[in-house]
Structure formats: structure tokens, C-alpha cells
Design a protein around this ligand. Structure first.
Ligand SMILES: NC(=O)c1ccc[n+]([C@@H]2O[C@H](COP(=O)([O-])OP(=O)(O)OC[C@H]3O[C@@H](n4cnc5c(N)ncnc54)[C@H](O)[C@@H]3O)[C@@H](O)[C@H]2O)c1
Length: 282
């Protein structure tokens, strides 16, 4: 499947996409970006009423089919029915965005068996099991791809949220591990590792830190807008990105948008820049 034209292919393939965490923030922005180029989207979220409101709004605004699915991703027994419902409502499935997330702020002292399970089973386990359960759909539908929303903390680590950091680091390793297997059927999988994006999850940190704390550490001197991540996700799920797999698009501390090629063998680098460091900042 190689495009022989240079026309934009952001809306291709035209298959439907499941977006976990689709009711808010980055997941919602990804769903909107995909709908804007005509792709049907299923908004899976633990907050069913918010998912319903956003699914209706997207359908009205972009004229695509949408489906809200109220689901707790830690409940793996619910996956099969949710996949069937998504396929029945929206047609062939060709994309997964795993953006659902929670954040633990308890540092070392806050690690409990319950918080550990919640963090790992919200971020890491669904990426593995949903990819596994969607494999047949994706293999049957050319151009299919998966995007996992990891985090800057996957590679930096963060003393405040060790479970979150571990789960996100696990997502990067899992994506590298799955890429090789998925490539057998031309299914691509990539990570996006955002820095600080203005969403409900990030707002408490913005409110509790001194004004400008994040901005001073970001080359572009502002937090990102969810739509700016949504567009990267849309690109990675599209035929525009047909030769990109096992890559990580994101921001590392003091670095501009960098994506390292981590395939085996390495495939491609996107947005590669030298390590840019802002002078005088700690
Ligand atoms: N905002 C940032 O700066 C930032 C930075 C790096 C990574 N991320 C990641 O981006 C993703 C989206 O986060 P966001 O900032 O948009 O936050 P958000 O809180 O706006 O959205 C997260 C969504 O996930 C849903 N969710 C939580 N637990 C769930 C579960 N068990 N089952 C189903 N849905 C569940 C929530 O209801 C919510 O709608 C997360 O994985 C987060 O870790 C965010």
C-alpha cells in the first residue's frame, strides 16, 4: 500500500477508529481531528455521559458516524462487546488510539497494590489486550494503525508519579515489541509522548505551581493545546505515515519535537532535531 501521489492522505484509510479516553482532553482532540477528515470514531470512556455528549457534538459538527461507549478499561471482560458494538455501528475498524489515563501523585509512599493495579491496568494492559483483540480487524483492513499516548514521563521518570511513569515507560517498550509482530500484516503502531498539554488532567498542576513554571521550561514557551496532539495522532493513523512504525513522537525535556526511530531494524526518524537546550534554564 504505497501512495503514488503527493495528495494529502490524512483521511485515508477511511476506516473507523476507537479512541479510549475519547470524552476529554487529548483523546477527544484526536477524535475531533479524525472526524474532521471524515473518519468515524468510537469514543470509549469511563465517563459515559461525557462520551455521549462529545460523540453527539462530533457527529453534528463533522457529519461522521460516532459511537459513545461507557467502559472501564480495567474491566477486560468488557472489551469484546465494546469492539463488536463499535464495528456494528461504525463499519470496518482500522485504528486504535489509547489515550485513557489517570495520574497518581503519591510518590513512593503512595504506592499500594490498588494504585499500582489501577495505573498499570488503565495505561499498559489495555494497549496490549485491545491490540490483540483488534488484530483480526486491523489485518483485514489495509492501512490500519495503533497509537498509544505515552508521556514525557515515560523516559524522564517523575518522582511524584512513579506508577504513571512506569506504566508509560512500559507502553513504549510494549509498542517496540508489538511493532515487529504487527508489521507482518502491515499494521503500524507508534507512541506519542506529549509534554505539558492544557487538559483537565494537567490543570491541577498548572493551578498549583507558580505562574510560568512550565512555560519557562518549554522551548515554545507555552503549554500545548490538545488539538496540536490530536493532529499528530491523526497523521500517525493516516496513510501519510505509511512508512512510520515503532516511533515515538513527542517532546523531551528541553528538546523540540523529537521522534526517535526505535524499530528493529530502525525504520525512520521523524521530526529529528539536535538536542536543543535553552540557555540558562535549570
Ligand atoms: N495533559 C498532558 O499534559 C499529558 C501529557 C502526557 C501524557 N498525557 C496522557 O494523555 C492521555 C490523555 O490525558 P488528558 O490529559 O487528555 O486527560 P483527561 O483527564 O482530559 O482525559 C483522560 C480520559 O480518560 C478517561 N479514563 C480514565 N480512566 C479510564 C478508564 N479506566 N476507562 C476508560 N476511560 C478512562 C477519563 O474519563 C478521561 O475522559 C493520558 O494517557 C495521559 O496520561 C497527558
Amino acid at each position: 500500500m504505497v501512495e503514488d501521489s503527493l495528495s494529502p492522505a490524512l483521511g485515508a484509510p477511511g476506516t473507523a477508529v476507537i479512541v479510549t479516553g475519547g470524552a476529554s482532553g487529548i483523546g477527544l482532540a484526536a477524535a475531533e481531528a479524525l472526524a474532521a477528515v471524515g473518519r468515524n470514531v468510537a469514543l470509549w470512556d469511563i465517563d459515559g455521559s461525557k462520551a455521549t455528549a462529545q460523540a453527539d457534538a462530533i457527529a453534528d459538527r463533522f457529519g461522521v458516524k460516532t459511537l459513545p461507549v461507557a467502559i472501564d478499561l480495567t474491566d477486560i471482560a468488557a472489551y469484546a462487546a465494546a469492539i463488536d458494538a463499535s464495528r456494528s455501528a461504525l463499519g470496518p475498524l482500522g485504528g486504535l488510539v489509547h489515550a485513557a489515563g489517570i495520574v497518581d501523585m503519591g510518590s513512593l509512599e503512595g504506592i499500594t497494590p490498588q494504585s499500582w493495579d489501577a495505573g498499570i491496568n488503565t495505561h499498559l494492559r489495555p494497549l496490549a489486550l485491545l491490540t490483540q483483540q483488534l488484530y483480526g480487524d486491523f489485518a483485514a483492513n489495509p492501512g490500519s494503525a495503533v497509537v498509544g499516548i505515552a508521556s514525557i514521563n515515560a523516559t524522564l521518570g517523575n518522582a511524584v508519579n512513579p506508577i504513571y511513569s512506569a506504566a508509560k515507560g512500559g507502553m513504549l517498550s510494549l509498542i517496540r515489541a508489538l511493532a515487529d509482530r504487527l508489521a507482518r500484516d502491515n499494521i503500524r503502531i507508534n507512541a506519542v509522548s506529549p509534554g505539558q498539554i492544557r487538559t483537565p488532567m494537567m490543570q491541577p498542576a498548572v493551578d498549583n505551581l507558580p505562574e510560568g513554571w512550565f512555560e519557562r521550561r518549554i522551548l515554545l514557551e507555552r503549554l500545548g493545546d490538545p488539538a496540536e496532539i490530536g493532529r499528530v495522532v491523526r497523521f500517525l493513523l493516516s496513510n501519510e505515515a505509511s512508512y512510520i512504525t515503532a516511533a515515538r513522537a513527542g517532546r523531551r525535556r528541553r528538546q523540540y519535537l523529537v521522534a526517535a526511530a526505535v524499530g528493529n531494524p530502525p525504520t525512520i526518524s521523524i521530526f529529528a532535531t539536535p538536542d536543543l537546550i535553552r540557555g540558562g534554564e535549570n
